[in-house]
Design a protein around this ligand. Structure first.
Ligand code: IMP
Ligand code: MG
Length: 181
């Protein structure tokens, strides 16, 4: 069965995603004008957004990747974050911008920021494509937000359920029947 059948509704269209990348890219370019920024993507969910966003950033930058996991196949954050891949770049004294797919409970990002701050970057900010504030459990907010969404489980444009649906070109709400069966 095609994966589109598992989508209840489209929440952020392809066109809206393009607008978000353009708007945030412009803002980031202005804010980091004359500086070099290390763009850090959190694998794997953020890679699609990351790739689109960086093409709208026109200041000097380097990219690096981290992998953490706070889910174990379900739809709710477990609160337990495992560190799977560290950065290759030494961020000491550098301007770091963490690029995330979604800020949900905030537990993952909170943990990540704690770890990275110990390395003494010159600055550290967060850019998230989606913000789901209803579910927040950690005291955290993003500096750049693509769009705020309601408390629904979404997939597509990098976001997954059990590693599927990442390749959908839009962000959609997953039918409950998919994960409640
Ligand atoms: P948090 O720790 O609850 O903020 O969630 C961190 C991670 O959970 C995100 O980076 C996503 O990978 C995943 N996540 C949270 N909400 C959703 C969702 O609605 N769809 C897909 N993944 C999600
Ligand atoms: Mg994820």
């Amino acid at each position: 069965m095609p994966m589109q059948n598992d989508i209840l509704k489209v929440l952020v269209t392809k066109e809206e995603l393009e607008e978000i990348c353009e708007r945030l890219g412009k803002q980031i370019s202005q804010d980091y004008k004359g500086k070099k920024v290390i763009l850090v993507s959190v694998l794997r969910g953020a890679v699609v957004f990351f790739a689109d966003l960086m093409r709208h950033i026109d200041c000097d930058c380097e990219i690096d990747f981290m992998a953490v996991s706070s889910y174990h196949g379900g739809t709710k954050s477990s609160g337990v974050v495992t560190f799977k891949k560290d950065l290759d770049i030494d961020i000491k004294g550098q301007h770091v911008l963490i690029v995330e797919d979604i800020l949900d409970s905030g537990l993952t990002l909170h943990y990540l920021i704690d770890v990275l701050k110990m390395r003494e970057p010159a600055s550290m900010k967060v850019c998230t494509l989606l913000d789901k504030p209803a579910n927040r459990r950690a005291k955290i907010s993003a500096d750049y937000v693509g769009t705020v969404i309601p408390d629904e489980f979404v997939v597509g444009y990098g976001l997954d359920y059990a590693e599927r649906y990442r390749n959908l070109p839009y962000v959609g709400v997953l039918k409950k029947a998919v994960y409640e069966k």
